[in-house]
Design a protein around this ligand. Structure first.
Ligand SMILES: [Zn+2]
Length: 209
């Protein structure tokens, strides 16, 4: 191969590979299928910089979505987000691998985290700082933030998955009682989800009329 051809091929290949990561999402292979499925419900996040990353453990939760500190002073559209996923999940003292969660449960869980990112995208950086501080200290604020994330997921059409995730947690009698109590307190109940779906559908029919 002469040198000119080699350069052309290399250039072409780099253009092609850049295209395949053009949507700015970094996803570990173990959850690629589930993450892409969850992302497919959020066309608004197609160009957002989002990294899904496994971590040894996360305080008080299994997953957590947040802006990356390194991008904090960038323009809002260049902001980068990370969804941290705890490698292990505890059920009555026993440890399970999060990547082995049932597919639909994983999709619902990731869908909820993407709901947080939808919420963050609407916020300025100062608003995000206030949001973070309040999340740490104001109980009522945690409830509002978690319900907002569920709300985004449901308005995006993910109720089937959100309900599966919720049922998985609430029906697993062996999951840490404190954790179940936390879920019940802060997140939408299955009844509230059905109500939101009803409202969404009502809006759709009335706008179609
Ligand atoms: Zn959440």
């Amino acid at each position: 191969m002469n040198i000119l051809r080699l350069i052309t091929v290399t250039l072409l290949m780099s253009i092609i590979s850049q295209k395949s990561i053009a949507n700015n999402h970094i996803i570990p292979d173990e959850i690629k299928d589930e993450a892409l499925k969850a992302l497919s419900y959020y066309p608004e996040l197609q160009d957002a910089n989002i990294e899904f990353r496994f971590k040894d453990s996360i305080k008080q939760s299994t997953m957590q979505a947040r802006p990356k500190f390194s991008s904090f002073f960038k323009h809002r559209r260049d902001r980068e987000y990370v969804i941290l996923i705890s490698k292990v999940f505890k059920i009555s003292g026993k440890r399970y691998l999060t990547k082995d969660l049932p597919r639909d449960v994983m999709i619902g869980w990731l869908g909820h985290e993407l709901g947080h990112i939808m919420d963050y995208q609407n916020r300025s950086r100062y608003n995000l700082i206030a949001f973070g501080v309040k999340y740490l200290f104001v109980d009522n604020h945690i409830m509002r933030a978690e319900r907002a994330a569920d709300g985004f997921a449901i308005r995006s059409g993910m109720e089937k998955y959100i309900l599966k995730t919720k049922q998985f947690i609430l029906n697993h009698a062996d999951i840490d009682e404190k954790y179940v109590a936390r879920i019940k307190k802060y997140y939408l109940s299955p009844e509230e989800i059905m109500e939101m779906v009803r409202i969404r559908e009502e809006k759709m029919t009335s706008s179609a009329l």
